[in-house]
Design a protein around this ligand. Structure first.
Ligand code: NAG
Ligand code: NAG
Length: 336
C-alpha cells in the first residue's frame, strides 16, 4: 500500500484513541491486510475490504492453501471454498467445491448479490460464475501436480478415508465399505494443509463484514467442503455484536460453529480474547488434539485471538491494521 493512502486514511480520524476502522486476518498474510485497508481508505465499504483483501491472497496463493494451484484432492484437482458476510444485513454468499474459477470470494459475493440463495456448490457454482463473467481457468499448476504425484508415489498417504477396504493407510483404493473399525485418533497431518485466510473488517461507523477463502484440505476426498464457506463456522459478522473468523481442521471445527459462538459471547459482553478462547475450549473438550485458531473483534475495535496448543504449534500469528498499529502488523497469541 502506498504511503499516501495510509496518510489519507490516518487523517480521517485525528483521535489517537480511535481504533476503528479495523482490519484483522488469520496468519501473517500481510498483503491481504494492506489491500483491505487501502480498499477502506479509498472509500470502500467493509464488505469491499474483505472481498479485496481475501482476493489478494487468492492471487498470491498465500501459503499455497488459498487460491489456485494448491491442495490437490484425491484426483489431483484443486477446488475452492469461500464465503462473505455482511454484518449489517446478515446477508451471506458462499461457494464450495468451486472448479476452474480463481476468484472464489468474488463468486461468493456474486451469489450474495445476484441470487436469492446463500450457498452454491461444485460444477454448478462454476457455471454460475462463468455466466457472471468470471474467467474459467485451469487451477492446476506444476506445483499442485507435483504434490499430487508425490502423494500417489507414497501410496496416497496421508489419507482421509476410514473403515474401508483396502486399508486406506496403505493404498490408493478404489475403496469399498468394510466392517466399522474403532475410529483412530484424528491424524495430525500438517498444519499448513489448513491455512485458510479469514478476515474481519470493521469500518469507521462500526459496520462489520467477514469472509474466508481457501483451497481446502490437501488430498481431500473429492466433494469435501470444509468449514470456511459455512456461516458461523468459517466466519461470522453481526454489526450489533462483532465478527470472528476461524482456521484449522475444518472437518472438526464446523461441528461447533466457533465463529458464531465467539460472536454470541461478544454480544453478551465478553471481551474478544475471552470470546475466542471460549470457542477454542469448546472444541478442545471433545477433540483435545484438534488443530485450529480463531480471531475475534468487537464493534468498538477491540480484538483478540486464540488457538489450541499442539506439539509444534504453541503460538498463532495474525495480522492487524488500525490507527494505532499505523501499518499492517503481525501479532501472535499463545495457544491454550
Ligand atoms: C510446467 O512444467 C512444464 C514441463 O516441465 C513446463 O514446460 C512449463 O513451463 C511449466 N509451467 C510453469 C508455469 O512453470
Ligand atoms: C469491546 O471489548 C473491549 C475490551 O474488552 C471493551 O472495553 C468494550 O466495551 C467492548 N465493546 C463493546 C461494544 O462491547
Amino acid at each position: 500500500m502506498k504511503l499516501k493512502e495510509i496518510l489519507i486514511c490516518l487523517s480521517l480520524t485525528p483521535s489517537c484513541f480511535a481504533v476503528l476502522p479495523l482490519v484483522i486476518n488469520t496468519w501473517p498474510f500481510q498483503d491481504a491486510t494492506s489491500t483491505a485497508w487501502s480498499t477502506l481508505c479509498s472509500g470502500g465499504v467493509a464488505l469491499d475490504a474483505v472481498e479485496k483483501g481475501c482476493a489478494q491472497c487468492e492471487k498470491e496463493r498465500c501459503d499455497e492453501s488459498v487460491g489456485f494451484g494448491g491442495s490437490p484432492d484425491e484426483t489431483g484437482e484443486t477446488t475452492l471454498d469461500a464465503m462473505i458476510m455482511n454484518g449489517d444485513t446478515m446477508e451471506v454468499g458462499a461457494v464450495g467445491g468451486l472448479r476452474r474459477i480463481k476468484n472464489a470470494i468474488g463468486v461468493a459475493r456474486a451469489v450474495m448479490e445476484r441470487t436469492k440463495h446463500t450457498f452454491l456448490v461444485g460444477e454448478s457454482a462454476s457455471v454460475f460464475a462463468e455466466n457472471m463473467g468470471f474467467p474459467a481457468e485451469d487451477l492446476t499448476t506444476n506445483q499442485s501436480l507435483s504434490v499430487f504425484k508425490k502423494w500417489l508415489m507414497e501410496n496416497c498417504q496421508p489419507n482421509y478415508r476410514q473403515s474401508v477396504s483396502p486399508d486406506p493407510s496403505m493404498s490408493c483404493g478404489p475403496y469399498k465399505p468394510c466392517a466399522m473399525i474403532q475410529q483412530r485418533r484424528h491424524q495430525f497431518i500438517d498444519i499448513h494443509a489448513h491455512d485458510t485466510i479469514g478476515m474481519v473488517v470493521i469500518n469507521q461507523a462500526g459496520q462489520v463484514a467477514a469472509g474466508t477463502s481457501t483451497n481446502g484440505a490437501r488430498h481431500k476426498v473429492p466433494g469435501r467442503v470444509g468449514d470456511s464457506p459455512i456461516a458461523g463456522a468459517g466466519a461470522y459478522a453481526d454489526s450489533a455484536a462483532g465478527g470472528a473468523a476461524a482456521t484449522g481442521d475444518g472437518d472438526i471445527m464446523m461441528r461447533f460453529l466457533p465463529s458464531y459462538l465467539a460472536v454470541e459471547q461478544m454480544r453478551a459482553g465478553v471481551d474478544p480474547s475471552t470470546a475466542c478462547r471460549i470457542a477454542i475450549t469448546r472444541i478442545k473438550k471433545y477433540y483435545p488434539s484438534f488443530f485450529g485458531a480463531i480471531i475475534c473483534a468487537n464493534t468498538t475495535g477491540s480484538y483478540g485471538a486464540a488457538c489450541n496448543k499442539l506439539p509444534g504449534f504453541s503460538q498463532f500469528p495474525f495480522m492487524v491494521f488500525n490507527q494505532k498499529t499505523n501499518g499492517p502488523i503481525k501479532e501472535t497469541v499463545d495457544c491454550v
